[in-house]
Design a protein around this ligand. Structure first.
Ligand code: DC
Length: 238
């Protein structure tokens, strides 16, 4: 199948909107590939930090981005491992500090350009679920279905708090709330691929919805699109 015909479901939205969890569930149920594009920016941040490079040093950060060797490996029962230069990244990848550094690096246009092809390579048969900030606007503009997830900053901070506490991180709700708001502003107001709903994207406010409700809605919308294009695809909803 020509690569541009391979179906893609894009899920864009701010930190804590549920795109990661919903994206992984959708990919599992569809039997499609899954791209966590934020993990690519995070892995770049780890790599830049390990080399002692400042995120404001665009030239040296760009060199690191161009040489980035990253791989996603399934990690049973239902997770994904991120492998950077042959080494599995764990806690370091998910800290707020890494997220913040990733957000600074992600605002540099040449760095975004250097990571574009890397992300597009994940478009493989039978289909791809891609989550991030610009999946529907820039990386996969001809996606089958584009979803834009939102939730209030309070709800998102609480979700991040629970996630990070479960992973054993020492965080406070107040600090997360502030960090989420700062990151929202940086990701939404930058010139390079800002966080914006793509044209034709379906917006879903997940503040009062469970993961299961959001996943079911997204899969229903996808079924309708796929059905309209080429007849039904089977999806396991359990
Ligand atoms: O989704 P996340 O929190 O793991 O992403 C970390 C940062 O990476 C986020 O603050 C902005 C940046 N990012 C981006 O600019 N574009 C993407 N497609 C994904 C992430």
């Amino acid at each position: 199948m020509p690569v541009n015909d391979i179906p893609v479901l894009t899920l864009d939205g701010p930190s804590g909107s549920g795109k990661g969890t919903v994206g992984q569930l959708c990919a599992q149920r569809l039997g499609w590939h899954y791209l966590d594009s934020g993990a690519i920016y995070r892995a770049l941040a780890v790599s830049v930090a390990r080399r002692g490079i400042s995120a404001r040093d665009a030239d040296r950060s760009l060199e690191v981005a161009r040489a980035l060797r990253i791989d996603f490996r399934p990690s049973p029962p239902d997770g994904v491992e991120v492998v950077l230069d042959g080494q599995v990244l764990d806690a370091e990848l998910r800290t707020e500090e890494t997220g913040e550094l990733a957000s600074w690096l992600a605002a540099i246009p040449v760095i975004r350009g250097a990571l574009l092809e890397l992300q597009r390579r994940y478009r493989r048969e039978p289909g791809l679920v891609a989550d991030g900030r610009d999946m529907g606007t820039v990386v996969f503009p001809n996606a089958t279905l584009k979803i834009f997830l939102t939730a209030s900053a309070e709800v998102r901070a609480r979700r991040r708090y629970k996630q990070l506490k479960l992973k054993g991180f020492d965080v406070t709700l107040a600090h997360l709330f502030q960090s989420i708001q700062e990151r929202d502003i940086r990701d939404s107001e930058r010139n390079a691929s800002p966080l914006l709903p793509a044209a034709g994207a379906v917006a879903l406010d997940t503040s009062d919805l469970s993961i299961e409700e959001v996943t079911t809605r997204v899969l229903d919308l996808l079924q309708t699109k796929l059905g309209a294009e080429r007849g039904p695809t089977s999806v396991t909803t359990e």
